[in-house]
Design a protein around this ligand. Sequence first.
Ligand code: DAT
Ligand code: MG
Length: 150
Amino acid sequence: MERTLIIVKPDGVQRGLTGEIIARFERRGLRIIGMKFMQVSRELAEKHYAIHQGKGFYEGLVSYITSSPVVVIALEGTNAIQNARNTIGATRPHEAAPGSIRGDFALEVGRNLVHGSDSPENGVIEVGNFFADSELVSWARNNDSWIFEK
Ligand code: DAT
Ligand code: MG
């Protein structure tokens, strides 16, 4: 089963959209295996966004994600990466479909509310960067068989 790291970014928390955003993934059927409220350090932000180092928006991205607390959520489920990214919507909110989180609540790429991992490999790596093994819970939901066919 794939894993994805979701971050309700500082704007999502500050705007009181944390519950709204989590609810969308929860209703989608993705299973929560870890969740916490935290302040992202500069060090962790640089690790998380290492792939964007050197790009023009990198400094703004690191200062945005470290500017105020976030909520991080580890989710698992069938095709968790792509299913979650569709729920999030396109990176640039003016390209995000209505009904997606960014399409419903965001206007600008630098205030796009939520992060989701972009590949199964990165999902595992990013969950590991933000959560200790002891913070992740392996559990069976009693409605799993109504969401997961196998
Ligand atoms: P996503 O968050 O949809 O996975 P990404 O990984 O390409 O997008 O980029 C990470 C974040 O960096 C993105 O959420 C917002 C910011 N970003 C990306 N491209 C940008 C751009 N051209 N200008 C400003 N910020 C950008
Ligand atoms: Mg990305």
